[in-house]
Write a protein that binds this ligand. Structure first.
Ligand SMILES: [Cu+2]
Length: 277
């Protein structure tokens, strides 16, 4: 078979396989990609991951198919292994390569940047976020306080009550204020699609819009000392009425401890001696 025929045959197989596999991957694999569907941000991350996976499907097919094609058609049948002649300066292939790779990288950069800013990515944006999601002025503030080795949560709109477990109302935009009392931690609420650095003295804001009632995993995602691996919990999203009665119970249950807590602030001094928490 001539070189041109090999090229044509390979190209046809590549195009046919890509056209079939790419939509199948997007439709059937996409919905199972992390982190899930517990918040608008998580849902959008699944959407982004689906696009990325779909875009990388043709290049993956190209590599595997080329390898298979080479193994079958260009296997050395003689005893001696003879290298083929070197190929240099093929302007057509070089131009095509540059155009395809540049277009792919530029598209991904544009797509990624747009997705990051349009409604908050679920990542921490620092004390004064440059990009705010729609309706952010009505967002509910919840403070996440990391310390060795647990997270606690304060609700400034409910008298600054501090609780050991995170409960959020459903269908609500939440403004998380992530901070730390000691080492550097990272607040990672997996199914909510939230991951934000928890640094002492820093108010790291991350937005998340909850969906329906569900549970989600919380982990510390920054090696923070001996018991880092035990710094996990299960959070809850509950409906509005349930949240209202829960927060009321917390306010009365933790009322005796209130006198030991410092006044609510966006961050606290990293001195556990000065603070019950
Ligand atoms: Cu930690």
């Amino acid at each position: 078979m001539s070189t041109a025929n090999h090229g044509k045959r390979f190209l046809i197989a590549f195009v046919v396989l890509s056209v079939i596999a790419t939509p199948l991957v997007a439709v059937f694999v996409g919905p199972h990609l992390p982190p899930g569907n517990a918040s608008t941000q998580a849902h959008e991350q699944v959407f982004d991951n689906t696009w990325l996976l779909a875009i990388m499907t043709p290049p993956a097919i190209f590599v595997v198919l080329l390898l298979g094609y080479m193994l079958v058609n260009f296997r050395s049948r003689s005893e001696a292994i003879v290298d083929g002649p070197p190929i240099r300066g093929d302007l057509k292939i070089q131009t095509l390569w540059m155009i395809l790779t540049s277009a792919t990288v530029l598209f991904l950069a544009g797509f990624g940047s747009y997705e990051l800013v349009q409604s908050g990515s679920g990542g921490g944006e620092g004390p004064s976020p440059a990009f705010q999601p729609a309706g952010y002025t009505r967002a509910m503030d919840v403070q996440v306080i990391a310390q060795q080795w647990e997270f606690t949560y304060r609700y400034p709109t409910y008298g600054g009550v501090e609780v050991p477990h995170l409960v959020l109302p459903a269908h609500t935009l939440i403004r998380l204020h992530v901070t730390s009392l000691d080492a550097i931690h990272s607040f990672w609420a997996y199914q909510l699609g939230v991951k934000a650095d928890a640094n002492p003295g820093v108010d790291n804001v991350a937005y998340v819009r909850t969906k329906g009632p569900t549970t989600f995993d919380i982990h510390c995602a920054e090696l923070c000392g001996l018991w880092h691996g035990y710094m996990f919990d299960t959070g809850q999203v509950v409906d509005g009425a349930q949240f209202a009665s829960w927060i009321k119970r917390q306010q009365s249950y933790f009322a005796p401890l209130k006198q030991y807590l410092p006044k609510y602030a966006t961050s606290y001094l990293p001195d556990p001696q000065d603070r019950a928490g």
